[in-house]
Design a protein around this ligand. Structure first.
Ligand code: GTP
Ligand code: MG
Length: 223
């Protein structure tokens, strides 16, 4: 059975009807969790700017997974068709992506965020120290934070990705290429992407050195 058949299956139609409301609630809670993380990141950014006179974060993006992509993942992963199983089994319903100028800042942001008392770290994957075979680099953190509702706190999972501008540039192109070829990327493009990942890493290293040098340099005096 392909996905279209499975979606047209009477048991699936019944499931979708049953799950509509719990799913909408789940998405709302994950949006609240995203809002909490965005507030945390905004506070860190402003305090950092105040202390160090530069902004460590270039861009922050976020999204809550749409109903079709949640159902798609449920089918792909063979996750049990219940709200509880979906909540536990899909850790990227809430996603926040933080783009930093420099590698050191990606770690700094991750460390400060994960040290907060109301943040529970579920997993951390360091694809900067240990890139994926295709060259993908990023810090991935699965965090659990409480969302305070009328019924009390609801622990909610958020996937946070932190990377540099160069890593983000590479990842968005790789993503487009991967989707265009539906995963079967021609070998010459895979090789070019791998080269490009190395060039991006070189750029990150050079920018970081330059930045360090400028920060520690004493400017020439006027007299
Ligand atoms: P899934 O995304 O659900 O498959 O999670 P996973 O268990 O494979 O976790 P992983 O940390 O590998 O990836 C999570 C997310 O990181 C993905 O959904 C993408 O947004 C991003 N990502 C991971 N690998 C790549 C990659 O090779 N290229 C790009 N462009 N993005 C990637
Ligand atoms: Mg993956």
């Amino acid at each position: 059975m392909d996905d279209a058949d499975r979606l047209a299956d009477p048991s699936m139609i019944e499931f979708i009807r049953r799950i509509r409301d719990p799913l909408a609630r789940m998405q709302m809670e994950h949006q609240f969790a995203v809002d909490e993380v965005l507030t945390k990141v905004s506070i860190l950014r402003r305090e950092f700017l105040h202390l160090h006179r530069y902004n460590p974060i270039e861009h922050v993006g976020s999204r809550v997974k749409s109903t079709p992509s949640i159902l798609d993942k449920v089918l792909r992963r063979g996750i049990e068709l219940s709200p509880e199983a979906i909540r536990a089994g899909i850790t990227d319903i809430a996603g926040v992506r933080i783009t930093c100028s420099f590698i050191a800042d990606t770690y700094r942001i991750l460390d400060t965020l994960t040290a907060q008392a109301d943040v529970r770290v579920v997993t951390i994957k360091d694809y900067i120290a240990d890139p994926k075979p295709n060259g993908y680099k990023s810090l991935h953190a699965i965090l659990e934070i409480p969302v305070f509702l009328t019924t009390g706190p609801v622990p909610t999972i958020v996937e946070v990705q932190i990377r540099t501008i160069a890593m983000d540039f590479w990842a968005s192109l790789e993503h487009k290429i991967y989707y265009k070829y539906e995963g079967a990327v021609p070998a010459h493009l895979t090789a070019d992407l791998s080269d490009a990942a190395e060039v991006a890493a070189q750029l990150d290293r050079r920018m970081e050195h330059l930045h360090q040098e400028v920060r520690t340099a004493t400017p020439p005096s006027d007299d």
